[in-house]
Ligand binder design. Sequence first.
Ligand SMILES: *Cc1c(COP(=O)(O)O)cnc(C)c1O
Ligand SMILES: [Zn+2]
Length: 479
Amino acid sequence: MTDEFPEYRGQLEYHCLDCGKLSGIDSLLYTCPECSGTLLLRDKNFDALKKLSGAQWRDIFDRRAAEKSILGRGIFRFYELMAPVLEKEDLLYLGEGNTPEVEAGKELSEAVGLRFAYKNDGQNPSASFKDRGMACAFSYLKSLARAKGWDEVLTICASTGDTSAAAALYASYVGPPLRSVVLLPQGKVTAQQLAQPLGSGATVIELPGVFDDCMKVVEYLSKHYRVALLNSKNAWRILGQESCAYEIAQWHDWRMRGLCVFVPIGNAGNITAVLNGFLKLHALGIIEHLPRIFGVQSAHADPVYRYYRSEKTAVFAPVRVRASVAQAAMIGNPVSFPRVRVLAERYRRLAGEKSFQVIQVSEQAIMDSMLQANRHGHIACTQGGESLAGLKAALALKLISRSEYAILDSTAHMLKFADFQNRYFMDAFDPEYEVKAEQRLVNAPLSLFSQSQKETWSEEEYIKIAGRGIAGQLGLRER
Ligand SMILES: *Cc1c(COP(=O)(O)O)cnc(C)c1O
Ligand SMILES: [Zn+2]
């Protein structure tokens, strides 16, 4: 097995979650051609994977983890479970996947009241989990362009920031015939998130409005022009993002009993992938138990929470979003909601009502939690703060017990969201955010003297004055 490319090939097809229609993968589809319903990719051969036992699969994946090839290093370690129609030459690797889980230290876990770890998906190449999905979607695009002999493929996406950063990165790596265009809501992405696609050489178009507006324009374009859409409507992205679930399972040696996974929900692609990933592992006997999944939403963008709160009435209504520090999840009409509904039902049938829940948190709790985590050695983004806020809320609501172990998805790197940290430290949030600085979490650089003072001193005086100033400030004792 080692070092050889897997022999297994799947027969992937698009499966409409609304009418059940199956469509071939030789063309790009984002919605069902029959009923415009939502699609997921399904492997018609999946049952053939059951010829191996769960233990044999665990062994294959564990051995692959040590391989010095693309199969060992990134998301394609789980090739058979994701996109087993791609050839070796199509697979892309930019360092995505295989991200660490970092356990909270004693002080932090005691403060929260439970042992937990951060899954640091900010340690992906464009610093968010979106790279998992893009590695898979772009590998497929590459294979499609090759098969069809296309001389130009324009890839397009709407974004709250990270999707475009990832799409632009992968497009620039592959090069022609791929070209990347990204649509961003003007003034609604951080400086870092804007810098990323610009640096990758993508065409960046800013539109007034919020993400949901940009998404409608992208849908119009993909309906009327030949473009490849890279939002999570693209089911190939979901497949790649399933790798997050596979990695969590492998990290815990495939033993899932007592584990709870917290995932921030925006467009709901990530939670779709996490649910589907664990369901596949379970179907093959690779894991015996399904971990419990908690989706987390801000009160300023919470359509999925509202649906599950009032499930009995079973109507889904988009919400108008309000300003959110969890900007990457600030989405009022999540494209993948129909996928979540189907998968969550399946999940609950197997693991009980409490195996999938959605929690609502405040903007204040998101910021406070992010800063608290990062003061204890983590690198959580605001959405990672949202995950921790969700864990605290779940504890307060007694939805989780202290004997369980939580894995919090930090979906991006904190540096992308440094601007929110700054606004907090300066207590300068616009009122619509509803975030006030708590002094115990505030930090700011200390300034001891000015440039003009420095100019009046010799170098020797400068060192002495600065040294004494610092010692005084810190209360250092002389030795
Ligand atoms: C995209 C994104 C989310 C939301 O994920 P969905 O798949 O849209 O639900 C959360 N956090 C970060 C950092 C993101 O980039
Ligand atoms: Zn359909």
